[in-house]
Design a binder for this molecule. Structure first.
Ligand SMILES: C[S@@+](CC[C@H](N)C(=O)[O-])C[C@H]1O[C@@H](n2cnc3c(N)ncnc32)[C@H](O)[C@@H]1O
Length: 191
């Protein structure tokens, strides 16, 4: 997240369950925020559970889920509940400006085939069946994306394919997380 983007805001409310998040956030962005006079408020709460209360407390806020929603399944450990809650987010945020960058799929790759750095690879649009990527013909999408990075073995579906409302333009980004492991991320903004 570029500090210069954060400088646009009068106040940033950082929400993370991790007690170390505020310290890391201040380490990464504190100087920029002070330069711009941007206030920082840090809350150590579960953003999914407290979402409605957070929205009510910050009625003018734009909301950005910074690599959070792809972890929801790991936190709740219930497939159907995780999928239902992820698909329900857009409705709860109706009328707000919000965005997210999150994992779509992750798994093992052939080392020689993975991209050397995060690359913005495909523009996509969300459909009732999930993202549809320009320039990637054929279905299902996950098989096309895996083929791009030499994916093999068992891949994780992070259940985020329907987080964005139908019609949202997004970017699908290949992220070489480890030499033998890659993620496909989806980034988008709902105005
Ligand atoms: C992959 S890390 C991303 C951290 C940071 N946003 C970044 O991009 O560098 C995911 C973060 O989301 C936090 N997190 C996951 N689920 C959360 C939830 N339901 N409420 C608040 N924080 C959550 C974790 O504690 C962790 O710090």
């Amino acid at each position: 997240m570029p500090g210069r983007w954060l400088q646009r805001f009068e106040r940033v409310v950082l929400v993370d369950v991790d007690p170390y998040a505020e310290r890391l956030f201040r380490f990464n962005h504190g100087r920029r925020l002070r330069q711009a006079g941007t206030e920082l408020l840090a809350l150590q709460v579960d953003a999914m559970r407290e979402l409605d209360a957070l929205l009510a407390d910050h009625t003018q806020a734009s909301i950005f889920f910074d690599n959070v929603l792809g972890q929801h399944l790991y936190r709740v450990r219930e497939l159907e509940r995780a999928e239902r809650e992820l698909e329900g987010i857009a409705g709860r945020l109706s009328g707000r400006d919000w965005g997210s960058v999150h994992d779509l799929f992750s798994g093992p790759v052939e080392p020689g085939r993975r991209p050397a750095a995060p690359v913005m690879s495909f523009s996509a649009v969300n459909t009732p069946q999930g993202a549809l990527a320009e320039g990637l013909s054929g279905t299902p999408l996950h098989k096309r994306l895996l083929a791009q990075v030499g994916g093999s073995g068992e891949w994780m579906d992070h259940l985020t394919s329907n987080v964005f409302p139908v019609g949202t333009q997004t970017h699908l980004i290949a992220w070489p997380f480890l030499p033998h492991y890659a993620h496909w991320l989806q980034a988008g903004w709902v105005g």
